[in-house]
Design a protein around this ligand. Sequence first.
Ligand SMILES: Nc1ncnc2c1ncn2[C@@H]1O[C@H](COP(=O)(O)OS(=O)(=O)O)[C@@H](OP(=O)(O)O)[C@H]1O
Ligand SMILES: Nc1ncnc2c1ncn2[C@@H]1O[C@H](COP(=O)(O)OP(=O)(O)O)[C@@H](O)[C@H]1O
Length: 198
Amino acid sequence: MANNIVWHQHEVDKNRRAEAKKQKPSVIWLTGLSGSGKSTIANLLEKKLTEANKHTYLLDGDNVRHGLCGDLGFSNSDRVENIRRISEVANLFVDSGLIVLTAFISPFKTDRDYCRSLLAEGEFIEVFVDTPLEVCEQRDPKGLYQKARQGDIKDFTGIDSAYETPENPEIHLTYSGQTAEESAELLFNMLQEKGFLD
Ligand SMILES: Nc1ncnc2c1ncn2[C@@H]1O[C@H](COP(=O)(O)OS(=O)(=O)O)[C@@H](OP(=O)(O)O)[C@H]1O
Ligand SMILES: Nc1ncnc2c1ncn2[C@@H]1O[C@H](COP(=O)(O)OP(=O)(O)O)[C@@H](O)[C@H]1O
């Protein structure tokens, strides 16, 4: 913990920055298994938000793990640290007035709740991309499930590492054979209907 360090209050604050962007800053936190469609859906959603003149930033698992979290692996403690860093970054981006989209497996409830705890009421929107393991495994876009089944990758989520299902997500995106575009459309509409974009 930082000692002898005082938070500096700047003249242009979060409200002013959000006002300038004419939007309500928030974090749209997609969680789900590898291959569930988080990145694909978040990408399509960001396009829709941009078309609606929203200012956004997408934090994506694979990309963040190349830089900010490049020193971390997939042990439970590394995953906790991964989500802690991402939560802090998401919080800073919300402070800057942005609508932040995140696409991380984020398998542990406590870590997702940590990000929620950093934000104000209504700013954290948990979206459970609820695609069954069998579907994810069949898609296997990176061939990782096959490697995990063969024992070439250890601690793979859903195989030999836990995924804690969200109990009360703001949005539950169930899979019933729809395309990624349809999921993104559905998610965009749900965000609007629930007033998260007002
Ligand atoms: N062991 C293991 N378990 C799960 N995932 C693995 C693993 N090893 C590599 N990968 C690849 O890393 C991506 C998940 O990274 P995340 O940062 O989202 O994971 S976590 O939130 O810290 O659990 C994940 O990307 P997505 O498929 O986009 O979810 C995988 O491609
Ligand atoms: N309905 C769907 N929703 C999302 N992705 C789908 C869908 N159908 C097929 N896919 C494919 O499944 C893969 C999902 O991968 P990705 O978006 O990287 O998931 P995640 O980020 O959750 O690991 C992509 O190759 C995507 O094209």
